[in-house]
Write a protein that binds this ligand. Structure first.
Ligand code: NI
Length: 226
């Protein structure tokens, strides 16, 4: 299940992020690629020790917890603090699958990457190329989202960023370990959640809402790992 999460940041917040990131100390992104991915990666990133990166990362982590679409779709158990990248001058990231395990620098906590996210911070008109292409079960999906929107997709998917041939593409990216590891089960829970929300909007008092909510929690109890 691939989801587009809109309104992660407001236009004003995106502007502020871009101003701050414009003054940041960018480093070669290959420093954090796995030994296979390193050959495919040509971009810049902020160091995780960078105080600006940490400040923006904490802001985003806090925000993600308030976005019901993200919480319902990802069912997050642990979220790796978001990192920031920049593609310019032909920068790209060839087709690859992300690593399975990540370590939170501050705590040493390990996170299994179930879901990958990219938050777009540049306006699509400000750069040429720079599409995120994610391989679905049957076809490839192309994303070049408005600034402030985010894509959420299974971390086991092949994906790539096409060369940025004009302008600059800024983004944030992170991984989430979900309470529900299996994508198919998580998708069923999300569908059930949406159905309950729809019913509750029309008639919050109807008994089916309570029964389906109970069913949702019982399925989550069966399937979740904490
Ligand atoms: Ni990747």
């Amino acid at each position: 299940m691939i989801q587009i999460i809109s309104d992660v940041l407001s236009p004003e917040e995106v502007k502020r992020f871009r101003e701050l990131l414009g003054q940041a100390q960018w480093q070669d992104g290959r420093a954090t690629a796995g030994h296979v991915a390193i050959r495919a990666k040509a971009n810049e990133q902020l160091s995780q020790d960078d105080p600006l990166a940490q400040q923006l990362s904490e802001f985003l982590l806090d925000r993600l917890g308030q976005i019901s679409h993200f919480v319902a779709a990802a069912l997050p158990l642990k979220v790796l603090p978001p990192r920031f990248n920049r593609y310019t001058g032909g920068g790209n990231y060839g087709d690859h699958i992300d690593n399975a395990i990540f370590t939170v620098p501050a705590s040493g906590t390990r996170i299994r990457g179930d879901l990958s996210s990219t938050l777009f911070l540049s306006d699509p008109d400000d750069y040429e190329g720079g599409e995120l292409i994610v391989q679905g079960e049957i076809e490839r999906h192309h994303f070049k989202l408005p600034a402030g929107q985010m894509i959420l997709y299974p971390s086991g998917s092949f994906h790539q960023v096409t060369p940025v041939t004009r302008g600059t593409r800024l983004g944030a990216f992170f991984w989430t370990q979900s309470l529900v590891r299996e994508h198919s089960r998580r998708a069923l829970l999300f569908e059930l959640d949406n159905t309950i929300q729809g019913l509750a909007q029309n008639d919050p008092g109807q008994p089916a809402v309570g029964r389906l909510t109970g069913l949702y929690h019982n399925l989550l109890r069966e399937w979740c790992d904490t």
